[in-house]
Design a protein around this ligand. Structure first.
Ligand code: ADP
Ligand code: ZN
Length: 599
């Protein structure tokens, strides 16, 4: 029988390869190079783990994040694979032991941080041993165009020069066309076989709503859909993560903050709680997430607008790695746009950088304001074709109405112009609606011809017009005068009446309930299920690993459904390899047996 398939079945306990794992693995086993683009949860790890096990020598995995290494090595050891990692968390003795194991050819896989790999000493060591392959994980880090650029990755071209005969496989879940090009050029993979699996994550439901009263909106969303689920909530600032976590705690949720300003211990504790307990919500800045392999994250919330679609896609991608229904839920408002544009303009980068980043922010805004399918817009961004409707995003489920806003937009632009491009949206709306308050009188704006020309729309509707005009680049917020609105060149044709414009009708934000029920089947024996989970929790605790590293929920569900009563039957479950059958089979079979007796 085919060696790769034997490894898949006996070690990993899975019956079949997913497409295109088999081809990728064959290519690498045969000594070829590969570039793999596969969405999160697609099964990238097996693409290098199996060739590393099947080929002679040790597979070297270059990975940027230490948390990811520990997780992956922990999971591999559970399967009986000889895996280790080399990074700065190891003391001298531990590192020496691993180097010795390498020289003794006693490892199948070694995870290593890029900065460590390129050291003279490490390269010397690698030269002296047999290497089965190099796997470059998170390969998009090599591109400046990507959002996780790491200069250490640039040096990885050394692999090709120093080890020309060893196969290299680069893997990533996020790379648009330009990033792909960078990866190929900088890692010398121009002639490598390419495997591009679509970006779509069909089990994720995308919802983008307007921010009115974000805390209440959030509480309602969580209570209706995710009362006891694990999830991640992203905020822009550290302070906001802490305030939001505290508030959620008050509401009865098990929420913890996570950001780069917390102590190392605190961060490690909160992350461990998230991984090990079942229903923890992490409220985090973007410092959290890369390298989080937790498969059962049921929702990812953004309380602030991400800067780019890449970030949005990557952050939301942390939901539902197990393939079961999950929510990606974003709230945004005019202030987000103003804030992000301002941060960008004030940032260090050169003009070219700012131009690119501005463009990417605009694409993100366009996704927020789109009136058609979100998934289609998202996939288009990554140059992928998609059906017109996915039926699993807010705009498909509750179609957006549009209106001809040409007249209203011209009025809005006129009031900006007539008041000298010096005022924020609230004041502009007051002038349009004909208010006679103190500020209006102070600037004598009641005398302007635009005063009171917009009584047909209410305040919210005018805010919606300004927001959408800003999102589409007709107006912007002035840097020198915080939040003063000014005109962009783009507005001229609209002002002159040469262009018309359709805008979204903002409806009251509806929560689009997942029609899909919770992941558990209705006829599940709840008592047995709880007993199986308790057994898993106990084993995880003794081993010092997260429960899902013992078995995923999906394997536990199979136990509850098929009630294996022998080790042979137990081995037939998806997710049970030889090692786990021996190590954990008896304990779970006992749980199943005693549950049957107590019926
Ligand atoms: P990625 O790194 O692409 O995000 P992983 O390698 O972590 O994805 O795989 C995601 C999940 O899918 C893991 O739980 C993995 O065990 C599972 N998986 C991968 N390949 C298979 C397969 N051929 N059959 C069953 N499950 C698989
Ligand atoms: Zn859709």
């Amino acid at each position: 029988m085919n060696k790769a398939l034997t490894v898949l079945q006996e070690i990993f306990g899975y019956e079949n390869f997913r497409s295109p794992q088999a081809e990728i693995i064959d290519t690498v086993i045969a000594g070829g190079d590969a570039l793999v683009l596969m969405p999160t949860g697609g099964g990238k790890s097996l693409c290098y783990q199996i060739p590393a096990i099947a080929r002679d020598g040790c597979g070297i995995v270059i990975s940027p994040l230490i948390a990811l290494m520990q997780d992956q090595v922990g999971a591999l050891k559970q399967l009986g694979v000889r895996a280790s990692f080399l990074n700065s968390t190891l003391d001298h003795q531990a590192a020496n032991d691993i180097e010795q194991a390498l020289r003794d050819n006693a490892l199948d896989l070694l995870y290593i941080a890029p900065e460590r790999l390129v050291k003279e000493r490490t390269l010397g060591l690698l030269k002296s041993i047999q290497i089965s392959l190099f796997a470059i994980d998170e390969a998009h880090c090599v591109s400046q165009w990507g959002h996780d650029f790491r200069s250490d990755y640039l040096q990885l071209s050394i692999l090709h020069r120093e080890f020309p005969d060893i196969p290299r496989i680069a893997l990533t879940a996020t790379a648009d066309a330009r990033t792909q090009k960078d990866i190929k050029e900088r890692l010398d993979l121009v002639r490598a076989e390419q495997y591009l699996v679509g970006f779509d994550r069909p089990n994720i439901r995308y919802t983008i709503g307007l921010k009115n009263n974000p805390r209440n909106q959030l509480a309602k969303f969580l209570k209706q859909e995710h009362l006891t689920d694990a999830g991640i909530i992203y905020c822009l600032s550290r302070k906001k993560t802490e305030e939001t976590a505290a508030w959620l705690k008050n509401q009865g949720f098990n929420a913890l903050a996570y950001h780069a300003g917390l102590s190392v211990t605190e961060r490690a504790e909160n992350q461990a709680a998230f991984l090990r307990e079942e229903s923890v919500i992490i409220v985090a800045t973007i410092a959290f997430g890369m390298g989080i392999d937790k498969p059962d994250v049921r929702f990812v919330v953004h309380l602030d607008l991400p800067k780019t679609i890449e970030s949005y896609y990557q952050e939301t991608g942390r939901a539902g790695r197990d393939g079961k229904p999950a929510n990606a839920w974003l709230l945004y408002g005019l202030q987000d746009v103003i804030k992000l544009r301002e941060m960008l303009d004030r940032s260090q980068g050169n003009e070219e950088y700012k131009r690119i980043e501005r463009h990417r922010l605009n694409r993100m805004l366009a996704l927020c304001e789109t009136t058609t399918c979100r998934r289609q817009a998202l996939l288009h961004y990554f140059d992928e074709q998609a059906a017109d409707r996915c039926d699993n995003c807010d705009t498909c489920i509750n179609p957006v109405e549009t209106w001809d806003a040409t007249e209203a937009s011209r009025k809005a632009l006129s009031v900006v112009y007539r008041t000298g491009q010096r005022f924020g949206v609230n004041h502009l709306v007051d002038v349009l609606r004909g208010a006679e308050n103190e500020k209006v009188r102070q600037f004598e704006h009641q005398l302007l011809p635009v005063h009171g020309i917009g009584k047909e729309l209410d305040g919210n509707q005018w805010h919606s017009v300004f927001r959408q005009l800003m999102a589409r680049g007709y107006i912007r917020a002035n840097l020198e005068r915080y939040s003063a609105i000014c005109l962009e060149n783009k507005c001229r044709p609209l002002l002159r009446g040469e262009e018309t414009i359709e805008l979204r009708k903002d409806s009251k934000q509806k929560i689009t309930r997942q029609q899909t029920k919770t992941a558990l089947p209705t006829d599940l024996d709840v008592g047995l299920w709880e007993a199986l989970r308790e057994c898993r929790r106990r084993l995880a605790e003794t081993q010092g690993v997260p429960p899902y590293i013992i078995f995923h929920d999906s394997t536990l569900l199979l136990m509850a459904e098929l009630l294996p009563s022998s080790l042979a039957e137990f081995a037939g479950l998806s997710g049970v390899g030889d090692r786990k059958r021996e190590k954990y089979g008896p304990a779970f079979i006992e749980v199943i047996r005693s549950s049957a007796c107590s019926d």
